[in-house]
Design a protein around this ligand. Structure first.
Ligand code: SR1
Ligand code: MG
Length: 423
């Protein structure tokens, strides 16, 4: 297949005929297409994902569709998101080696990426729903975030390169638009595609939508998201965008990549750990999840700590960009000045991170794109109880983010809300 042919969606039936001559794929899995086994396994909201197994190996073929898969062709979405995903993946690999799948081939015209099949990895969200305690996720994800977010910014890059990248990713307009609406606005009014567990949450939802402080805060966060082009974000770093084994963690799916605030990826990620925490009550059919709840709060503490420590390390050792130049600080014998500036930066990431986490919790319960942590709780009353607690938590951290000073404080609040008996 060449990039010059008109776009055509692959199918299980056509994939071997269409990719049988692709050298990158054949060299990984074998060129005898009669032995290829193809399965479509995409369970995300947007794309096709095929596992292609051949005589000598297995690979993933991911293809964008010209519309939102979750909604259908009534919601067109440009194929160019595949281009941004590819460019984000190669930058993430350079900035945080070993943290993403290996890329074998990219075809812009067909909007497809052929990449490493991760096995026996599973999606982190699924592992957390099953109650599995993965020992390395906090360290791996904390390092990934610090390295990609620091090294993609003007703290590290040559400003000419960063501006070129800023221009490149600025064209990811439609995916930014999804985030701008789905995360920051739709949850806070009666938007067309919203849904929630009803009628159990109706009163809580009405209260949130009438909450002026919350609405103002959500818009302040949207403003930061849109105006603070600080670094190359993953852009959709939730537990469904991470694949794990007990010893390995890989980040996938950065099609929402663009230049935005460092705190956004961190906040979205931690929000998904907190949602996993609040959803555990709904998954206790085979035993209590107290240990899992404690584990999840520990994961938030360790993730934030690893992120801070690595970000600080990079600040001290790789601050080669045009911001906070060493020539103004260390080179003048003023190491304390550099540390003071670092403290300011970490403080602002912390404060904004809490806000982004709060609105991410809300949109996964009130908006279009829900998450399986709550959705797989069959008992609707129980699900609504879990969701209401998470909504309350999200509201608190979004609105009060400037008055919250430590992650222990956040987790004490989460544990208190979790123990409340009613909604
Ligand atoms: C219409 S897309 C909905 C959501 O799916 C993606 O994974 C992103 O999280 C997006 O907000
Ligand atoms: Mg995705």
């Amino acid at each position: 297949m060449t990039g010059k042919l008109p776009f055509e969606a692959l199918s299980v039936e056509t994939l071997a005929a269409r990719l049988g001559a692709n050298e990158a794929l054949c060299s990984r899995i074998g060129k005898d297409t009669s032995r290829w086994k193809v399965r479509e396994v995409g369970d995300g909201n947007l794309n096709l994902v095929f596992i292609v197994e051949g005589a000598t190996g297995t690979a993933i073929v991911k293809q964008a569709l010209p519309y939102v898969r979750l909604v259908g062709d009534s919601w067109p979405l440009p194929l160019k998101r595949s281009f941004f995903e590819y460019h984000a993946l190669i930058r993430q690999e350079a900035r945080a080696p070993g943290s993403v799948p290996a890329i074998y081939h990219f075809d812009e015209g067909q909007a497809l990426i052929i990449m490493e099949y991760l096995s026996p990895h599973i999606i982190l969200r699924r592992a957390l729903i099953e109650g599995r305690q993965l020992p390395n996720i906090a360290k791996d994800i904390g390092l990934f975030m610090a390295r990609t977010l620091f090294r993609g910014s003007d703290l590290h890059m040559a400003t000419k390169d960063r501006k070129a990248d800023l221009a490149l990713f600025a064209d990811n307009v439609e995916l930014c638009d999804i985030t701008e609406n789905l995360v920051f606005s739709d949850p806070y009014f009666d938007a067309k595609m919203n849904r929630h567990t009803s009628p159990q949450l109706d009163r809580t939802v009405a209260e949130l939508r009438a909450d002026r402080d919350l609405k103002v805060e959500a818009q302040r966060l949207k403003h930061i998201f849109a105006a603070n082009a600080e670094t190359l974000l993953h852009g959709d770093l939730h537990s469904g965008s991470i694949m794990v084994t007990d010893s390995e963690t890989r980040m996938i799916d950065p099609e929402f990549a663009f230049y935005g605030p460092i705190a956004f990826d961190v906040g979205m990620l931690l929000a998904n750990f907190w949602m996993a925490f609040f959803s555990q009550r709904g998954h206790e059919q085979n035993g209590m999840r107290d240990a899992m709840r404690a584990y999840l709060l520990d994961v938030t503490v360790e993730t934030w700590s690893v992120f801070r420590t690595e970000f600080s390390h990079l600040w001290r050792t790789e601050r080669t960009g045009m911001l906070y130049q060493k020539s103004l600080f260390e080179d003048q014998g003023d190491r304390l000045g550099a540390e003071q500036a670092l403290d300011h930066m970490l403080h602002s990431i912390w404060t904004d991170m809490l806000g982004f986490a709060g609105v991410e919790v809300h949109r996964r319960i009130l908006g279009l794109a829900h998450n399986a942590d709550f959705e797989t709780i069959a008992d609707e009353d129980l699900r609504a109880t879990c969701e209401a607690k998470a909504l309350k938590f999200g509201r608190h951290i979004a609105v009060n983010r400037r008055q919250i000073h430590s992650i222990d404080e956040v987790n004490t609040l989460a544990a208190l809300i979790e123990r409340e008996s009613s909604i």
